[in-house]
Structure formats: structure tokens, C-alpha cells
Design a protein around this ligand. Structure first.
Ligand SMILES: NC(=O)c1ccc[n+]([C@@H]2O[C@H](COP(=O)([O-])OP(=O)(O)OC[C@H]3O[C@@H](n4cnc5c(N)ncnc54)[C@H](OP(=O)(O)O)[C@@H]3O)[C@@H](O)[C@H]2O)c1
Length: 334
């Protein structure tokens, strides 16, 4: 029997409680794969959406009745343990981070991850594994939400609204928009507004009290981590030539936003729609993010840390809406 490791496992769809820690076989890297000893991982909405598929139609790809893949987690940071013969960019001992989505797989909540080298990048210099594990998925999404597929973005002084500013992607989006010189408004629940202000937002809106689409203010760029309002309503809150893009939502709002990108944006001066150009671990974007980090303009935001054995509590904390920023899962180096 080969080497073993502890890893999060789920065999049926459901709440965080379906996840167990199991003793499984440790993978071996082949071809262009890298084996990494995980030191920290972070929770993303994608993890919860994978446990209980959202939007519902993704079951077509993940398995109709039960998940085909039993692995959980996408973001991790750790130390390269071994590399396959085709690997050119990494060697044992290198400190790396990954969004495993870039290699089309899961399994970050484990003592080891193994995936193609294109899914890995060196961690930013001087950064801890816990901090680095917060970055790969959410910062790339945040940065790619600041521009359209054709590269169009906003300019310094423009008014940018981040709808969903307090979770995984939002806190990074607020910081990146500020770094680009925007006047930033962050939307979140009332008790998280101080947190959103602390990220640098110029204005905050409590979505439980105010519907920003009806508040009379207009924005040059609106990024929603989830579609919380009808596209028609959001268009009211856009300046002429304004942009509204949503990263996700439920099945109905995703198809509505998709229609917006394909049809409504062809007429009139405003672009509205779904972000369809996400490229996980896209190297030029990772480099841009590292420059922002080196300049002190982008910082990881850790809400809490949980050991791997308490992965269910970590997922539950996020599922219940308590998190302000990222929740990190730590893996001992023993
Ligand atoms: N397009 C793509 O290719 C692509 C790829 C990967 C992921 N995604 C999507 O990216 C998104 C990632 O989101 P995330 O991880 O940042 O989510 P998250 O951490 O769950 O954050 C959700 C945010 O929405 C806020 N919120 C909740 N209900 C709201 C409401 N009714 N009105 C306004 N705000 C509300 C929350 O505020 P409070 O916590 O203050 O309540 C929080 O700030 C997901 O939608 C995912 O599906 C898209």
C-alpha cells in the first residue's frame, strides 16, 4: 500500500455536514503534475455551491444524483514535494499557491494536492501560507470583474459599486477598484459595513435597508458577485456608457444576465451581462495582483482559521453568512 493522507471527502450532495475527513491514498505526480504538501487552504463559495449544486443545472456536469468527484476545495498554498518528469517551472521545496479549477479539479482540503503545473504559481514573496491561500480564486475573479472581455475598464475617478463587498471576492474587488483610483461604494449587510469601510470603500450601503437601484445614485461600473436585482433595475443605476456585470447568481438570474450580455448590450450605450471570461490562475493577472500586493495596495483579509479536522465548521461558518473576508483551513506540517 502506498503513502496515505487525510483529505476532505463527500459522497452525496448536501450541507457542509456531508463532508468527512478520510484517510485516502496520497497521489503521485506524473507527466506535468506537481505534488504539493498543503499548509493552508481557503474556503470559497464554489466549495459550498459544489456540495449543494448551485446553479442547479451544474448537476449535469457534476453528477445528477451524487457527485462524481468526491474531493473538496480549490484554493491551497504549500510546498512542492515532488514533480513529474515534464514539469519545468517548479522543483521540490518551492512555495506555491493554486486554484485547482485551473487544472479542472478539486481536492484542496487535504494534506497533499496533485495537479498540472499550470494550476500553480509561486506565492508572493514574504507572504505566509495562510495569507497566500486566500488569494488564487477570489483575487483573480475580482480583477477580471474590473474589465470586460475586450479589455475595457473604468478610469480613475469613476464611480464603482461592488455588490457583495463583504465575502470572498468583494473585499479584494474593493481594494483593486481603490487601487485603480475609483470612488468605491460597497454593498453588504448592515453589521458588516464597518468591515467594508476598513477595506477602503468611500461609501457603503446596507442592502437590508436600501435598494441601490432605486436610491437615485448612478455608477460607471457595477460588479455583483451574485445577481441580486433584475438587469432592468440595475440599468437604472448606471451612468450613460455604464457597465454592469454579475459573476453568478441562481439559474434564473444567470440566464437573465446572459440574455443581457447577448441581446440588451447590443442596443444602447450600456453593457450589462454575465462575466464569461473568467480564466483561473491566468498568469498575467496573477502578476498584476502580485504587483498590487508588493505595492501594499492589496492585502489578504482573513476572517478565521480552522484546522483541517474542523473543515465542516469552517464551511458552516461561511454557509451561515458570518464570514467577513476569507476563512482559512490550516494543515499541520508534522
Ligand atoms: N463568472 C464566472 O466565471 C465565475 C467563476 C467562479 C465563481 N463565480 C461566482 O463568483 C461569486 C463569488 O462570490 P463570493 O465567493 O464572493 O460570495 P460570498 O463570499 O458568498 O459573498 C456574497 C456577498 O453577497 C452579499 N449578499 C448576500 N445577499 C445579498 C443581497 N440580498 N443583496 C446584496 N448583497 C448580498 C453578502 O453580503 P453579507 O455577507 O454582508 O450578507 C456577501 O458580501 C459566486 O457567485 C460564484 O458563483 C463566477
Amino acid at each position: 500500500m502506498g503513502d496515505r493522507m487525510k483529505a476532505a471527502y463527500y459522497g452525496r450532495y448536501g450541507p457542509p455536514e456531508v463532508v468527512q475527513i478520510r484517510d485516502v491514498e496520497r497521489p503521485t505526480p506524473s507527466d506535468d503534475q506537481v505534488l504539493v504538501r498543503v499548509r493552508a487552504a481557503s474556503v470559497n463559495r464554489a466549495d459550498l455551491d459544489g456540495l449543494k449544486p448551485k446553479p442547479g443545472f451544474v448537476r449535469l456536469f457534476m453528477g445528477l444524483r451524487a457527485p462524481r468527484s468526491h474531493e473538496v476545495g480549490i484554493d491551497a498554498a504549500g510546498i512542492v514535494e515532488a514533480v513529474g518528469p515534464g514539469v519545468t517551472r517548479f522543483k521540490p521545496g518551492d512555495e506555491v499557491m493554486t486554484d485547482l479549477f485551473a487544472a479542472g479539479r478539486f481536492g484542496a482540503f487535504a494534506e497533499y494536492v496533485c495537479a498540472r503545473e499550470k494550476a500553480f504559481e509561486p506565492i508572493p514573496p514574504g507572504m505566509s501560507f495562510e495569507e497566500a491561500a486566500t488569494l488564487p480564486h477570489s483575487t483573480v475573479l475580482a480583477l477580471q470583474g474590473m474589465r470586460l472581455r475586450n479589455g475595457r475598464t473604468f478610469k480613475s475617478g469613476d464611480k464603482v459599486l461592488i455588490d457583495g463587498a463583504s465575502g470572498n471576492v468583494g473585499p479584494f474587488a474593493v481594494q483593486i477598484a481603490k487601487a485603480m483610483g475609483a470612488e468605491v461604494t460597497g454593498v453588504a449587510r448592515g453589521d458588516k459595513l464597518d468591515f467594508v469601510r476598513s477595506l477602503g470603500a468611500d461609501h457603503v450601503i446596507d442592502y437590508t435597508a436600501v435598494d441601490y437601484t432605486r436610491a437615485g445614485e448612478r455608477y460607471d461600473w457595477i460588479v455583483a458577485v451574485d445577481a441580486h436585482y433584475a438587469v432592468r433595475a440595475v440599468r437604472r443605476a448606471l451612468e450613460p456608457n455604464g457597465v454592469y456585470l454579475t459573476m453568478g447568481g441562481d439559474t434564473g438570474s444567470i440566464f437573465a444576465a446572459l440574455g443581457g450580455s447577448l441581446v440588451m448590450s447590443r442596443f444602447g450605450d450600456k453593457w450589462t451581462g454575465l462575466m464569461l471570461w473568467w480564466k483561473p490562475m491566468h498568469r498575467p493577472d496573477v502578476d498584476t495582483l502580485k504587483e498590487l500586493i508588493a505595492a501594499g495596495k492589496l492585502k489578504p483579509v482573513i476572517d478565521r482559521l480552522y484546522p483541517l479536522d474542523q473543515v465542516v465548521d469552517a464551511l458552516r461558518w461561511v454557509e451561515d453568512g458570518h464570514a467577513r473576508g476569507k476563512v482559512v483551513i490550516t494543515v499541520s506540517d508534522g
